[in-house]
Design a protein around this ligand. Structure first.
Ligand SMILES: C[S@@+](CC[C@H](N)C(=O)[O-])C[C@H]1O[C@@H](n2cnc3c(N)ncnc32)[C@H](O)[C@@H]1O
Length: 254
């Protein structure tokens, strides 16, 4: 049961969430075992609730733990049987460790720290041991938001998504947002390849292989990719091998 106190404060089954988009506040703040900091807006939370109504979510992978807020939120909303989460930062999030212990979720919530989403060896090890049947219902990429890493992660993870499953990429549109943080020369994103290049590749894949990508829903910050029923090739999957381009090569130019 979700109770919105206001657009930034949410209570789900006795767990409080403080939502913020402010990067300084997110870095400064911390979570506690029943009060988590969440780097999302209200409409992103509502979208997740909607996904849960349309799909029975039993197995989840999330990239990007940060202060643990989204892992706990999705656990509360979906009540999955298995939820693996990875993050590049090496140190565990205390509040999440305590939440797992308090709710006896050691076998359900499996956080992995010090893992890059683009590191095929480490990611394959986690995916194949946690999800040997390649039956993940929902994957959320809220990690680097960089084109190269996000693309690598898609190539690694997509073969573990169930037919009919959902792959959600958050904040795909940062290169086009109208704020100094995104457009300015001091931005950590300055000079980086736009993530929208991946969106173009995914559109092309949906056109060439509708059996792999059934449809894509896009708004100003999220893209939601629905997997088709097609059988994925064995061996390392690479999106670039599966869309047709009349013999031309796609180079990320944005
Ligand atoms: C936007 S925050 C995640 C916010 C969290 N999902 C939430 O909603 O509260 C992004 C996280 O991704 C992690 N990250 C950045 N680059 C990464 C990479 N290449 N692989 C894995 N995690 C990465 C960062 O350490 C950070 O914790």
């Amino acid at each position: 049961m979700l109770i919105w106190e206001d657009d930034l404060h949410l209570k789900v089954n006795d767990i409080h969430f403080h939502l913020t988009w402010d990067s300084a506040e997110l870095h400064r703040g911390s979570s506690t075992v029943d009060d988590f900091l969440l780097g999302k807006s209200r409409d992103m939370v509502e979208k997740a609730v909607e996904i849960g109504k349309q799909q029975n979510i039993k197995k989840v992978l999330e990239m990007g733990i940060f202060k643990g807020g989204s892992v706990v939120l999705y656990d509360q909303i979906f009540r999955p049987l298995k939820f693996a989460a990875i993050d590049y930062m090496p140190q565990p999030v205390d509040a999440l460790t305590q939440y797992i212990a308090k709710h006896s979720k050691n076998d359900v919530i499996r956080p992995y720290y010090g893992v890059s989403q683009a590191d095929r060896l480490s990611m394959e090890k986690i995916l194949s041991s946690e999800f040997p049947d390649r039956d993940i219902d929902l994957m959320i990429d809220d990690a680097s938001h960089m084109y190269e890493e996000t693309r690598d992660a898609f190539n690694i993870c997509f073969p573990y998504l169930m037919p009919g499953g959902t792959y959600l990429i958050e904040d795909w549109a940062w290169a086009h947002w109208s704020d100094e943080l995104w457009q300015g020369k001091n931005s950590p994103f300055y000079g980086k390849t736009a993530l929208s290049n991946l969106l173009i590749e995914l559109f092309m894949l949906a056109a060439s292989r509708p059996d792999l990508i059934k449809n894509i829903f896009v708004n100003h910050n999220s893209m939601l990719i629905k997997r088709g029923d097609g059988v994925l090739p064995t061996g390392n999957f690479n999106i670039g091998d599966h869309y047709l381009l009349r013999g031309k090569h796609f180079g990320a130019w944005l």
